[in-house]
Design a protein around this ligand. Structure first.
Ligand SMILES: [Cu+2]
Length: 489
């Protein structure tokens, strides 16, 4: 599946502050689709978040939808379908929003998506993973949509060209469905200037860890002997952090004044990130979470677990999300109906502008990249304790003063994660694992944030477009014979 006949889809480019209008036509024969703009705050435009079953109905085959929203952040992100695991079939692409950077650079090399690739369709993999909790190995890892075939012949390496003596900005994006990556360049350091859509004080490192959905804007100085160098992707040894049948995924970093060719030095693997995000990044614009307002309780604790019988499903506080494509939660909001089905995993956040705190306890030993819509969260702490429980003794380790802020972070296997976000964005925002088969298998909650104020944000025209699209979807779906077999997300 392609966006504008491209893989990955075309890069959506704009400037900080721009309002963009994106027209989507679903030309698929048999599938609905939806377009989520990952990491965007969507202040006042929750209805444009593109989350089917939550903020909209899927767009049926042959139908169109217009998304309109404002880029109030800048940096690098991506768009992808939220229709089951469909983005794994190719419905995704980068977003670049021009803005300032914490370190001057000479050349913007643009977005550089890296993702796992499977010979099976995402739909086949969803069915497989419902029958076994063991994740499939990817058949390959693609750099900006290409690589050699590790199992045979053909294909081509991706090549990044550097201009000698210049500093380059490279916008790394992990657009995978299952693989979490470490990225390193032989003989070269990288300097991180943004984590997701949050500018950070420049931080020089020999490798970066990118869990699924994350971005790292890095600068690379072309200051070494002109030649060709491998950019290597390695996966942490941690069980279920990701694995590939390509034993050494790589792309080529080429100096423009050197002959084109294959690099000769393979490089050494970077230190194992243990499937954990570094908490060393310091946002340029400081935010403080008032820890004195945080008391762990059943109300702000989300227990993550899974069942394997009769099928593999993921649960949060005992429930798997299962959205109704034909009746999104926003439909309840528009009708002042608060009888949300239990299967929507709704979590009410009502108090205006307060900081909210969330403890995620991972009863499974599988690490999960946690993504929140409509907000950047503050990462107050994370630890792999072995039991998954957050205890009173752990509270002292939390950091509220300008901690890492971003929109995806890793919940360690058999560990805990404490996040905070401010209730400053009325809407209905899901928080989910970005492993495609985990959210497909129910791993999500839906924060209903100040919904009493949300309805007033929605224009009559947007409300009508929403209802019309839903009527078209229900008409299509009822006649299609398609059976929904997963959460729908
Ligand atoms: Cu997960």
């Amino acid at each position: 599946m392609l966006v504008n006949n491209q893989y990955p889809g075309p890069t959506l480019k704009a400037d900080w502050g721009d309002t963009v209008v994106v027209n989507i036509k679903n030309s698929l024969r048999l599938n609905g689709t939806s377009f989520h703009w990952h990491g965007l705050r969507q202040l006042g435009t929750n209805i444009m978040d593109g989350t089917n079953g939550v903020t909209e109905c899927p767009i049926p085959p042959g139908a169109t939808k217009t998304y309109k929203f404002r880029f109030t952040q800048y940096g690098t992100t991506w768009y992808h379908s939220h229709f089951s695991a469909q983005y794994g079939n190719g419905v995704f692409g980068p977003i670049v929003i021009n803005g300032p950077a914490s370190l001057p650079y000479d050349i913007d090399l643009g977005a550089y998506p890296i993702n796992d690739y499977y010979l099976k369709t995402a739909d086949e993999l969803v069915v497989e993973t419902q029958h076994t909790p063991a994740p499939p190995k990817s058949d390959n890892v693609l750099f900006n949509g290409t690589n050699i075939n590790p199992a045979g012949s053909g294909g081509a390496y991706s090549r990044i060209t550097l201009t000698p003596g210049k500093r380059h900005l490279l916008r790394l994006i992990n657009t995978s469905v299952e693989n979490n990556f470490q990225v390193s360049i032989v003989g070269h350091d990288m300097t991180v200037v943004a984590t997701d859509l949050v500018p950070v004080n420049s931080f020089t490192t020999s490798s970066v860890f990118l869990s699924i959905g994350q971005r790292m804007d890095v600068t690379i100085d072309a200051s070494k002997t002109p030649g060709n160098y491998w950019m290597n992707v390695t996966m942490p040894a941690t069980s279920t952090c990701g694995s590939s049948l390509n034993p050494a995924p790589a792309a080529i970093v080429h100096y423009s004044n050197a002959p084109v060719g294959l690099p000769t030095t393979p490089g050494t693997p970077p230190p194992d990130a243990q499937c954990r995000d570094s908490l060393s990044y310091v946002p340029v614009v400081s935010r403080q979470a008032p820890l004195d307002q945080f008391t762990p309780s059943a109300k702000n604790t989300l227990d993550i677990n899974f069942q394997i019988s009769p099928l593999v499903f993921w649960t949060i506080n005992g429930t798997s999300i299962n959205v109704d494509w034909g009746r999104p939660v926003l439909d309840y909001v528009l009708n002042d109906n608060t009888s949300y089905p239990a299967s929507e995993n709704v979590v009410i956040v009502d108090q205006k502008d307060v900081w909210t705190f969330w403890v995620l306890e991972n009863i499974s030993n599988v690490p999960h990249p946690i993504h929140l819509h409509g907000h950047d969260f503050l990462v107050l702490g994370a630890s792999a304790t072995g039991a998954g429980r957050f205890t009173a003794a752990d509270e002292a380790s939390l950091r509220g003063a300008n901690p890492v802020r971003r929109d995806v972070t890793m919940l360690p296997g058999a560990g805990w994660l404490v996040l905070a976000f401010k209730a400053d964005n009325p809407g209905n925002w899901i928080m989910h694992c970005h492993i495609a088969w985990h959210v497909s298998g129910g791993f999500s909650v839906d924060f209903l944030e100040r919904v009493s104020e949300q309805k007033a944000q929605i224009s009559a025209a947007d409300s009508t477009a929403f209802q019309d699209n839903c009527a078209e979807w229900r008409d299509y779906f009822d006649k299609s014979g398609i059976v929904k077999i997963d959460s729908g997300l």
